[in-house]
Each structure stands twice: as structure tokens, then as C-alpha cells.
Design a binder for this molecule. Structure first.
Ligand SMILES: Cc1cc2nc3c(=O)[nH]c(=O)nc-3n(C[C@H](O)[C@H](O)[C@H](O)COP(=O)(O)OP(=O)(O)OC[C@H]3O[C@@H](n4cnc5c(N)ncnc54)[C@H](O)[C@@H]3O)c2cc1C
Length: 401
């Protein structure tokens, strides 16, 4: 492509699940789209081995309505797209134990309240007794108190899904470019008009630029956002462990735990995947070999929850994918104040896969109508600055009185 190509209406930066599913939805709606990816499709957090949890259970309550929408779309696209999107609705169980220093009635109260609020925010959730939970998942440690059952939770082959959306977007007319690293956002008279690639090429932007570049987003946005539009984010590498299943036991659901940092799932080939534990710090060189302390914690939590795993052997550890995390663990989604045709979303905080389709559906609506959907409001980076404004206003109020 050269500097003289006509502009696509929407240019998307980032070829992970966000960029590809957005490109797909926009192209299907008849918009001209170019997606620019620095490396390869699914080369970031949306790629790599295993499966991701497509979980609403236990999420920050502000994310639940969008996650309910996402789970509906996962099921729809799984059925509608040829070859599916690697989604399996296996249901989720969040296990509860009475941990040291707590009382049973307290934990039961928490289970009931959590299930009730999740259900009212769009995630069907039911409290199961110990026996009901063990009937669903017989390999659980027998001393558990119970579980919250979420039938809409499931798992997804993230690499496959991301590539499927890229393929389907291209079929619908989107231009998908790999090896196209964006180095700079070019602006003219208060609007983004182009992006400059690291190669020196300029790619024109028709009406919208969408930056969904995860760990690469902040560097790109910093020069064009005002300081109060930047949220507190950092990058880390979640760690996953793959262990064998010599006893050929079955794990039926996506499992998580109320006070252990744990996600357990069984892959289609029978391998057991343990994740959700301590992350590995990010360095520019990466720490893909993993960390022993993080591994010990994650495997111990796995054994306490599913004792049969003690018969397994460690097959591999992977901590090769970088993810941007926000200080309050929910993403940063906004529109640049100085450049209203630039919208961005990043900081998915280690659980952005499940909810991706909900957010990209809302992004498509935003692009179609020009109006930011209300459901995106809780994710504005301005949330980090509101308390300071409130205190300022309160001080003025006192002075006036
Ligand atoms: C090990 C691990 C386990 C996880 N487990 C779960 C889970 O169980 N459930 C869940 O919901 N979520 C999970 N997540 C989080 C989830 O995978 C991510 O939130 C999600 O994939 C982020 O998608 P993305 O498209 O924003 O980012 P990415 O997939 O990282 O894509 C961003 C892309 O932008 C590109 N890019 C960056 N800078 C530039 C630039 N300047 N120009 C052009 N391209 C650029 C990158 O090369 C990259 O391909 C996990 C993440 C990891 C790493």
C-alpha cells in the first residue's frame, strides 16, 4: 500500500480479539475497515496455548451487563460462523470453602448475595449445596461448603477465535494488514487524519481511528491524550500451567474459587490447565519460562480444590503473553477529548477475552450512531479523577457556607 490509497472509513490498531471482532462486526455492517497489526494476528494476549475462561461469575459488578451481552454473542457467533469461534458453553462453578477466620453463615450470606446480584445484572447464578456441587463435579475436594453455578459461563479457544474473526472480517471486505506497526497518530485541525507506520508509510483514516492495542496502546495514545485521560495501567504476564491427567478423570466445568486465585479447565485433549494464579512481572525481555513461586502457589491452590491433580505431571508453563492491567481491574475506554474521532479501549486486566464481544458490539454501535453507549460510561478513565473534583467542589461549598 502507498500514501495514495484512499482512506478506509474505520482504521483499527491491534489484531487481537478486540481488533478482529470489531473489524468483523463493522465489515459485516457494510463499513470499509483497515486493521493494522504490528506482528501477526493473535500474536499478543489473544494468542498462545490452551483456552480462556469465558466467565461472568465473580466479575466486577460494573462489567456484568456487558459480559452478559458478550456471552450471548459468543453463542450466536459459534452457531453462525462457519467452523465456529472455538466457544464451548460448559458452565462455571465458583467453589466456596469456609476459610480460616470466617464463619459458615458469613460465607453462605456472601454466596446468596453474590448469586442474587449477578442474576439481576444478567448472569444467571444459582447457589448449590455441597452435594449438588459434588454431583456436578465429583472430583472436587469433599470438604467444600458449596458453589455458585453459572450456566452461561464457558471456555474459548482464544487463538482460534481471534483468527476466525480476522478471516471472516477479510471475507466481509476488511483489509487485514500484519507486520504493520503504528508509530504515530497524525492529526490535522482537531481530528485524526492518518497514522504513520514504523516503516514510514502513512495510512489515511477516513472517519474513525480505534486503538485496541492492549500493551502497546498507552505508548501510542500518550502523545495525543490529555494527562487526565490516561489511567493508571501497567503490563504483566499471566502464567498458565498445563498438567497431565494420568487417571483419566474428567473436569466438567470452568472452575474458580472464592478465595483462591485459581481457574481450572480441562482442554479437549484431556490435559488440565491451571491458571488465574500469581502473575509474572513484565520485563521487555519477557519472563516466558515462568516463575517457580507463582507456579507453587497456583499448583497448591489447584490441589486443594481438586486433590486428584496430585497424580499429574507438569507438562509445560507459559507466561509469554503481555496484558495491560488497570489499577481497579476494569478497562479504560474513552474518546480523546482533543481528537473526537479517536476511540480506544485497553487495560482488560487479565479477563478481557470473555467480555470482548460485548465491548466490540458497543464500539460498533458507537461508531454507527456517533453516540457513546451508556453501558461504556463506567469505564471512562475520568473515573480516576472524579474524587479530586468532588473534594474540590466540597471545599468550595464549605467556603461558601
Ligand atoms: C495467559 C493469559 C490468560 C488469560 N486468561 C483469560 C481468561 O481466562 N479469560 C479472559 O476473559 N481473559 C483472559 N486473559 C485476558 C485476555 O486474553 C485479554 O484481555 C485479551 O486477549 C486482550 O485482547 P486485545 O485484543 O486487547 O489484546 P492483544 O491480543 O494483546 O492484541 C493487541 C494487539 O495489538 C498489537 N499492537 C500493539 N501495539 C501496536 C502498534 N503500535 N501498532 C500495531 N499493532 C500493535 C499487538 O501486536 C497485539 O497483537 C488472559 C490473558 C493472558 C495473557
Amino acid at each position: 500500500m502507498s500514501d495514495h490509497n484512499s482512506a478506509s472509513e474505520v482504521v483499527i490498531v491491534g489484531g487481537g480479539i478486540y481488533g478482529t471482532s470489531l473489524a468483523y462486526q463493522l465489515a459485516k455492517a457494510g463499513r470499509s475497515v483497515t486493521l493494522l497489526e504490528a506482528g501477526e494476528i493473535a500474536g499478543g494476549a489473544s494468542g498462545g496455548p490452551g483456552e480462556r475462561g469465558v466467565r461472568a461469575s465473580g466479575r466486577d459488578l460494573r462489567e456484568l451487563p456487558v459480559c452478559a451481552l458478550a456471552q450471548q454473542l459468543w453463542a450466536e457467533y459459534q452457531a453462525r460462523i462457519e467452523g465456529g469461534v472455538g466457544y464451548r458453553r460448559v458452565g462455571g462453578l465458583k467453589i466456596y470453602d469456609v476459610s480460616y477466620g470466617h464463619r459458615e453463615h458469613e460465607v453462605r450470606g456472601r454466596m446468596e448475595a453474590t448469586a442474587m446480584v449477578q442474576a439481576s445484572l444478567g448472569t444467571p447464578s444459582e447457589v448449590l449445596s455441597r452435594d449438588e456441587a459434588l454431583a456436578r463435579e465429583p472430583e472436587l475436594a469433599p470438604g467444600i461448603l458449596g458453589a455458585i453455578w453459572c450456566p452461561h459461563d464457558g471456555v474459548g479457544d482464544h487463538s482460534f477465535a481471534t483468527r476466525q474473526f480476522a478471516k471472516e472480517a477479510a471475507k466481509a471486505g476488511a483489509v487485514i494488514r500484519t507486520g504493520a506497526k503504528v508509530a504515530e497518530i497524525v492529526q490535522t485541525r482537531g481530528a485524526v487524519t492518518a497514522v504513520k507506520l514504523a516503516s514510514g508509510e502513512t495510512v489515511p483514516v477516513g472517519s474513525r481511528l480505534v486503538v485496541v492495542a492492549n500493551a502497546g496502546a498507552e505508548a501510542l495514545l500518550k502523545p495525543v491524550l490529555k494527562p487526565h485521560e490516561l489511567g493508571p495501567v501497567w503490563n504483566l504476564m499471566p502464567q498458565m500451567h498445563f498438567v497431565s491427567n494420568p487417571l483419566n478423570r474428567t473436569i466438567n466445568h470452568l472452575l474458580s474459587h472464592a478465595h483462591r486465585r485459581l481457574a481450572v479447565k480441562q482442554l479437549p485433549d484431556g490435559t488440565i490447565m491451571l491458571s488465574g494464579g500469581a502473575h509474572v512481572g513484565y520485563t521487555p525481555e519477557g519472563l516466558w519460562k515462568g516463575s517457580l513461586s507463582s507456579m507453587t502457589q497456583n499448583v497448591t491452590d489447584g490441589l486443594l480444590t481438586m486433590p486428584f491433580i496430585d497424580n499429574s505431571s507438569l507438562l509445560s508453563v507459559d507466561a509469554s503473553r503481555v496484558e495491560a492491567v488497570a489499577a481497579d481491574q476494569i478497562p479504560l475506554i474513552g474518546q480523546a477529548e482533543a481528537l473526537p474521532n479517536l476511540i480506544y479501549g485497553y487495560g482488560w486486566s487479565g479477563h478481557g477475552f470473555a467480555i470482548s464481544l460485548g465491548f466490540t458490539r458497543l464500539f460498533s454501535e458507537w461508531i454507527a450512531t456517533g453516540e457513546k453507549p451508556e453501558a461504556l460510561e463506567p469505564f471512562s478513565p475520568l473515573r480516576f479523577h472524579k474524587p479530586a473534583e468532588m473534594l474540590k467542589a466540597a471545599a468550595l461549598g464549605r467556603a461558601a457556607a
